[in-house]
Design a protein. Structure first.
Length: 172
């Protein structure tokens, strides 16, 4: 086993441990910290795949913006007076496995269709300038959906903050 393979396995282990920690965390803050660990691991995978630009965008956008936004939403929400019913670890684990399997199936189908079923990736996907052009010319809808997601997260954080500031019902 070469050093590159060992580094790849360590980064994959970091991603899996972070994902499992996110699923099984009992606190939103701990779940967020494990999610940040997953995002760092994914950026490590991008570096391993020879795409440092995408790795840095992963760190800037997902860790620098989305994770901070989720942390603000958690802090703004404050204490929950009406906590939802807790699901057991089996339910959370099964849901995580199901969603992961669905994401993998969709990813493989999309990649197979995008690259013609097993061909090497076109040269277009290796250059930063052409990557930016592809995002803005060929794939503007996903790019705009990400910005919509961030705006809806901000609105959700504000609504959670407003709703959590209401007085709790008086116990009789």
């Amino acid at each position: 086993m070469s050093l590159g393979e060992l580094i790849f396995l360590v980064v994959c282990a970091v991603v899996v441990v972070g994902a499992l920690g996110t699923i099984f965390a009992n606190s939103l803050i701990y779940a967020l910290l494990f999610l940040v660990l997953v995002m760092f691991g994914i950026s490590g995978l991008y570096i391993y795949l020879g795409s440092p630009f995408v790795a840095m965008m992963q760190i800037l956008i997902y860790i620098g913006a989305v994770a901070v936004l989720v942390a603000f939403a958690i802090m703004l929400a404050g204490p929950f007076y009406k906590r939802p019913t807790e699901r057991g670890p089996f339910f959370r684990g099964a849901t995580g496995v199901g969603v992961s399997a669905l994401a993998l199936i969709i990813t493989f189908k999309v990649l197979k269709g995008a690259f013609g079923g097993g061909e090497e990736a076109p040269e277009l996907y290796g250059r930063t300038r052409l990557l930016g052009r592809a995002i803005m010319d060929r794939f503007p809808l996903p790019f705009e959906l990400i910005s919509l997601l961030i705006v809806s997260s901000i609105i959700g954080a504000i609504l959670l903050a407003l709703l959590s500031r209401q007085q709790p019902p008086k116990e009789e």
